[in-house]
Design a protein around this ligand. Structure first.
Ligand code: 5GP
Ligand code: ZN
Length: 116
């Protein structure tokens, strides 16, 4: 399922260019256009899921696949040992600006906590 006005659906379909690091039939990982760390990937399901609020038993396998893929990606970028952060922003208070669920993968520097 895709949403024709959704920028991440367009990236998933190849209609908008992105620096893609990995994709298969279900998910795609690409570099954030405004990186906040030396490594800043976005990992998304190709299916349009608006936010974490929409995760259910029908689509949760895509989330499993995303979390199986993240350690492979971070290993390939050499950030596994020092560590990295996976972030999902949900809704207005969560700071979500693109309404297609995505997981930020941030690494390559020490990240501050707590978030602002
Ligand atoms: P959010 O604020 O929704 O959690 O994160 C959305 C992220 O998508 C932001 O970090 C933003 O830089 C990134 N982004 C927005 N538009 C594009 C785009 O067209 N291409 C890529 N690669 N990243 C985008
Ligand atoms: Zn979408």
């Amino acid at each position: 399922m895709t949403n024709e006005n959704c920028i991440f659906c367009k990236i998933a379909k190849g209609e908008i260019p992105a620096k893609i690091e990995y994709q298969d039939e279900d998910i795609i990982a690409f570099h954030d256009i405004t990186p906040q760390a030396p490594l800043h990937l976005l990992v998304i399901p190709k299916t349009h899921i608006a936010s974490a609020n929409e995760i259910n038993s029908e689509n949760s396998r895509f989330l499993s696949k995303i979390f199986e893929t993240i350690p492979k990606l971070t290993k390939s970028f050499g950030v596994n040992e020092k560590g990295y952060r996976v972030v999902n922003n949900c809704g207005d208070h969560g700071g979500q600006t693109v309404h297609h669920i995505h997981f930020h993968v941030l690494g390559g520097r020490h990240l501050a906590w707590p978030p602002g």
